[in-house]
Design a protein around this ligand. Structure first.
Ligand SMILES: Nc1ncnc2c1ncn2[C@@H]1O[C@H](COP(=O)(O)OP(=O)(O)OP(=O)(O)O)[C@@H](O)[C@H]1O
Length: 253
């Protein structure tokens, strides 16, 4: 049984307390403390291998932690917990590789979970799917297959598909890394609009312009630890930790 939490954690979308994770004998997350408020936009950045993907993957239990506490939307998560389907319904995730079903049309990719998991009638599922395809500005692609779309369009389908489940929280794991430069902007524009609509978001990205413009808070990770967190105005102007200074030096020049 998932444990329902009360008290102050109810006001947070995500609370991590001393979170630790190992891959075999390699400790990838070291005592991570993080609280993300409902409606907050977080950008997670840091060097390759610093544990950013692992951190976000723990939030929807694609990875499980071994030590510490993790509470998402008021529910404490742990290995072997029940209620994973509900968790993943409430936590949308967009990956670097779009992970669309190639044999299904755009519309069917979007309606699949609504029909199968939510048991909605097909016409109602299609209505929700079309609303969200409009939101990501590709309603005219509804009857195409993923291979007939550009990378940027495929990623926007992936975002629409996640939005169909009306998530309370969206996770993005380097959503533009597999895209050509001209397509990056169209995906970032959609993400920016979601942020303006008040969606709680945790984004792993190297897009520092997006981070500067959209994030409420930047989380900087190194070697499995959060070593600096600050508002973008502070982080980009005056990063404190030498590793953050070095990282920004490389990213911005
Ligand atoms: N399934 C796995 N098994 C073993 N080691 C893993 C696994 N996944 C990731 N790692 C290792 O854990 C460390 C952190 O990986 P993670 O993908 O979380 O980092 P990251 O900061 O997202 O990196 P990148 O920016 O390159 O995507 C890396 O050293 C990686 O090689």
């Amino acid at each position: 049984m998932a444990v329902q939490m009360n008290s102050s954690s109810d006001n947070a979308a995500v609370t991590m307390e001393q979170l630790c994770k190992w891959y075999g004998s390699f400790q990838v997350l070291h005592n991570v403390d993080l609280s993300v408020a409902v409606g907050e936009r977080i950008v997670v950045c840091g060097p390759s291998g610093s544990g950013k993907s692992t951190l976000v993957r723990c939030i929807n239990q694609l990875e499980t932690h071994e030590k510490g506490r993790l509470i998402v939307n008021g529910v404490e998560l742990y290995k072997g917990m029940r209620g994973l389907a509900e968790l993943r319904r409430d936590v949308g995730m967009v990956f670097q590789q779009f992970n669309l079903f190639p044999h299904l049309t755009v519309l069917d990719n979007c309606t699949l979970a609504l029909v199968r998991a939510r048991k909605l009638p097909r016409d109602q599922a299609e209505e929700i799917a079309m609303e969200n395809l409009k939101k990501v500005r590709i309603p005219e692609q509804a009857h195409k297959f993923p291979t007939q779309l550009s990378g940027g369009q495929q990623q926007r389908v992936a975002i629409a598909r996640a939005l169909c489940m009306k998530p309370k929280l969206m996770l993005f794991d380097e959503p533009t890394s597999a895209l050509d430069p001209e397509m990056i902007k169209e995906v970032l524009d959609v993400m920016t609009e979601l942020a303006r609509d008040g969606m709680t978001m945790i984004c792993v990205t190297h897009e520092m312009g997006f981070a500067r413009e959209v994030a409420d808070r930047i989380i900087f990770m190194d070697s499995g630890r959060i070593i600096e967190q600050a508002a973008p105005s502070k982080f980009f102007k005056n990063p404190e930790h030498p590793r953050a200074q070095q990282f920004l030096g490389q990213m911005l020049h």
